[in-house]
Design a protein around this ligand. Structure first.
Ligand SMILES: [Zn+2]
Ligand SMILES: [Zn+2]
Length: 265
């Protein structure tokens, strides 16, 4: 299994040494890692926090890949791209210039604000925040198609739980979630199963088992899995439990698929 979502010191919010992430992954018995450092252009909450030195990142990772070439341990270089409709053209140009093994399309901001911050909820309820967030996801993926997998679809639920103790109830957002999932399926995208949720006290991955079931029922089969680790301690976190519940139903992203023939159904 490959942990296909993790951050290192190339991300504005991580100090992790890539070598320590690899070491942790090997100790946990993973077959490889896909680094996916942040690029969130025009991030207004803390300007330039999620800029990425793409050339430095890619050249460091290319060396690292070489070093591990004969080890049997797989190293991929991806990116977690902060989606925004108005950045579609810029992202298009960037992905034409640089090549990544995996592009996670993630939505971290709604109208320039990140639900991570308490101030996002000034004057709105958790329910309204959830609806705003899913609307934003839908409009972003309608205006940009060059990602491989949609990151932590219910990202906002991490913080709705933290600030309001209000878990996301699928039935209240079923119309929006169905529209998003159908869009992914129609456009050949994967859905990410992100286990970073457990660090926020959630008992399920992002998105929840309910949403994963809905994706399956709508015909969705392609997934990626990642712990969204920002430090070595959480690489591969909760994979066993989550894979036990979801693995047999899904197939993993094409680049990672050969590693685990049992998940090729
Ligand atoms: Zn993210
Ligand atoms: Zn991330």
């Amino acid at each position: 299994m490959i942990d296909s979502h993790m951050h290192t010191r190339f991300s504005g919010d991580s100090e992790a040494d890539p070598l320590d992430m690899i070491k942790a992954a090997r100790e946990r018995g993973l077959d490889g890692v896909c680094f996916t450092d942040h690029l969130d252009l025009d991030y207004q909450e803390e300007p330039h926090l999620f800029d990425l030195d793409i050339e430095g990142y890619l050249s460091y990772m290319a060396d690292l890949k070489k070093r591990y070439e004969t080890s049997g341990f797989r190293i991929y270089t991806g990116i977690e791209l902060g989606l925004k409709s108005e950045l579609a053209q810029k992202h298009h140009e960037l992905l034409k210039e640089y090549s990544f093994d995996l592009v996670i399309g993630s939505v971290h901001v709604v109208n320039g604000r990140d639900p991570y911050y308490r101030s996002f909820y000034d004057g709105i309820s958790a329910r309204e925040a959830y609806r705003l967030y899913f609307d934003q996801v839908l409009s972003n993926i309608r205006s940009f198609d060059e990602y491989d997998t949609l990151g932590h679809l219910d990202y906002v639920a991490r913080y709705g739980l933290k600030y309001f103790n209000e878990p996301l109830v699928l039935s209240e957002y079923a119309d929006q979630l169905e529209a998003i999932l159908k869009h992914l399926i129609l456009h050949g995208k994967a859905l990410e199963i992100n286990t970073g949720s457990f660090r926020y006290g959630m008992k399920e991955p992002n998105p929840s088992y309910d949403i994963l079931r809905l994706y399956y029922d709508l015909g969705g089969r392609d997934v990626t899995i990642g712990a969204d680790a920002h430090s070595p301690q959480t690489v591969g976190d909760h994979f066993e439990e989550v894979l036990r519940r979801t693995g047999p139903y899904f197939r993993f992203f094409r680049k990672f698929r050969l590693d685990h023939p049992e998940y090729q159904n």
